[in-house]
Ligand binder design. Structure first.
Ligand code: FAD
Ligand code: MLT
Ligand code: ZN
Length: 457
């Protein structure tokens, strides 16, 4: 098998030594460590196709991997020693940037930040933004339908993919790299692959939609008493600033406390148990005045207790660092159990109160680290637990509250290997059966990321 792979990608394209494979064998949080048979590093789509043909013929399981920043342990192999990791990292060319057509075509292994920078150089905006953008790759972003910090205004990755090239389980290359805004010619099949977490095909390239780059960006950090006040603030800001709002992030006092503890960064506002990071942008003049006016109103009506507006790009970056460091601080703080949940926006305060009550009653010693994309109804209801905590029971405790509010057990991180039992529990029935049928149809030998998202039967 190894020799067949080497014949396709050359000796440097196949890693077999344990020390070379270590970084591919475990997720960034070190929650799961597998044992890859080897790591394959193709340079182009033809090589991906040839490798898949070999795997398909021999029935070898393939685990696609991008930047390995995923939150659901979807990109790591199991411990059997029989699964191969297919890393797309060497396919890292930005093929084209078209400022007039407002598109960017990139291979799967392009780092998200490089794609953002290429768009910026062309005077355009690639609005997908997340704290892992310096490592996450376009293929991973597409395969997870990543969300992030600007979903409120620009949508998830799904809304920003115009064209896709995928390699199917049997090695067939499907080229749908069109740059069209409008394309109703037949099924929009690419949507099946976006968010499929490596279970339906390998994403080898994508055409992403760009937007006009706003000339003015205003970033503000506000203190609020509680999540209900944060939603009153959201309503006020939407009335005053309309669709100029890119981000409306809610951060708990605990989240900022651990960022200060581990990174020495301190929030420059006081007075609230919770914080809101708000960003608005526009090309027309007057945005800053509008944000200042809205902030003054929020303070006067005591919806916000304190607030600052960044005076410079450097200050804006400092405010964002407070928010973007929360995940890393959580990792340093102890054993974290993640709940990437969404509920209808008005239900957020009730969800947070009920979930807190349920967790603290059932898990003494648990410390809550809630933060996230409140403008999208998406909270990372993460819990730092004691070593003996039964994570599965904790997941069920939180997810029962989520589902009682009509919510989802994964808003943006996906199911991966981490939430398989939870998906089976909450989406059992025709929805999961339909998903299984689609998967079986595209991958009848079940070689693509087996055990992720759902079990075979
Ligand atoms: P990987 O982790 O390598 O893979 C993720 C999944 O996609 C796996 O199932 C893998 O098999 C599959 N996959 C990867 N590449 C391909 C491919 N080319 N073809 C087919 N399948 C493939 N995510 C959010 O949505 N929003 C956030 O705000 C956010 N914040 C984060 C903050 C931090 C600090 C970190 C570390 C992560 C964050 N994430 C967030 C999670 C992660 O960054 C995203 O899910 C990202 O899209 C994963 O990209 P990746 O290249 O690292 O994918
Ligand atoms: C983020 O928004 O920073 C991540 O998606 C959240 C997490 O670490 O759980
Ligand atoms: Zn997030």
């Amino acid at each position: 098998m190894i020799e067949e792979f080497r014949a396709v990608v050359g000796p440097a394209g196949v890693l077999t030594e344990a020390e070379d494979m270590a970084g591919y064998a475990t997720d960034w949080r070190h929650t799961v460590t597998g044992a890859p048979a080897c790591v394959l590093r193709p340079r182009n789509t033809a090589e991906v196709s040839a490798l898949l043909k070999i795997c398909h013929e021999r029935g070898i399981a393939v685990v696609p991997q991008g930047g390995n920043t995923g939150m659901a342990a979807g990109a790591v192999p199991d411990g059997s020693g029989r699964q191969v990791v297919l890393s797309l990292s060497r396919m890292n060319a930005i093929r084209a940037v078209d400022p007039l057509g407002m598109t960017l075509e990139a291979e799967a292994g392009v780092i998200l930040k490089s794609a953002q920078d290429a768009a910026a150089e062309a005077g355009r905006l690639l609005p997908i933004s997340l704290a892992a953008e310096g490592s996450a790759q376009i293929g991973g972003v597409v395969a997870t339908n990543a969300g992030g910090l600007n979903v409120l205004r620009y949508g998830m990755a799904r809304q920003l993919v115009l064209g896709l090239e995928v390699v199917l389980a049997d090695g067939t290359v499907v080229d749908g790299l069109r740059r069209l805004r409008k394309d109703n010619a037949g099924y929009d099949w690419k949507q099946l692959f976006i968010g499929s977490e490596g279970t339906l095909g390998i994403v080898t390239a994508a055409v992403l939609r760009l937007l006009p780059r706003p000339k003015h960006v205003v970033t503000s950090l506000l203190a609020v008493a509680d999540p209900a006040a944060a939603l009153r603030l959201l309503k006020l800001m939407q009335e005053e600033l309309g669709d100029t709002i890119n981000a409306f992030e809610l951060i708990s006092g605990f989240s900022f406390a651990i960022v200060e503890k581990h990174f020495g960064l301190k929030a420059p506002v006081a007075g609230g148990g919770w914080f809101v990071l708000l960003e608005a942008s526009a090309s027309l003049e007057g945005l800053r005045d509008a944000v200042e006016g809205a902030l003054a109103q929020a303070l006067e009506e005591e919806i916000a207790l304190d607030g600052v507006i960044a005076e410079s790009q450097a200050q804006a970056a400092q405010l964002w660092a407070l928010r973007e460091r929360v995940s890393e601080a959580e990792l340093k703080e102890g054993r974290g159990v993640k709940h990437d949940v969404s509920v209808p926006i008005p239900a957020l305060p009730a969800f947070l109160a009920e979930a807190e009550a349920a967790v603290t009653a059932a898990f003494p010693g648990a410390r809550l680290n809630p933060f996230g994309h409140a403008g999208d109804g998406n909270i990372h209801f993460n819990v730092i637990v004691t070593p003996d905590t039964d994570a599965a029971r904790l997941n069920r405790t939180v997810h029962d509250v989520v589902v009682a509010h009509g919510g989802s057990i994964s808003a943006e991180h996906g199911i991966g290997g981490y939430r398989v039992a939870e998906l089976a529990h909450y989406r059992a029935g025709t929805e999961l059966e339909l998903a299984r049928r689609i998967r079986l149809c595209l991958d009848p030998k079940a070689i693509l990321n087996p055990g992720k998202v759902m079990t075979a039967g």
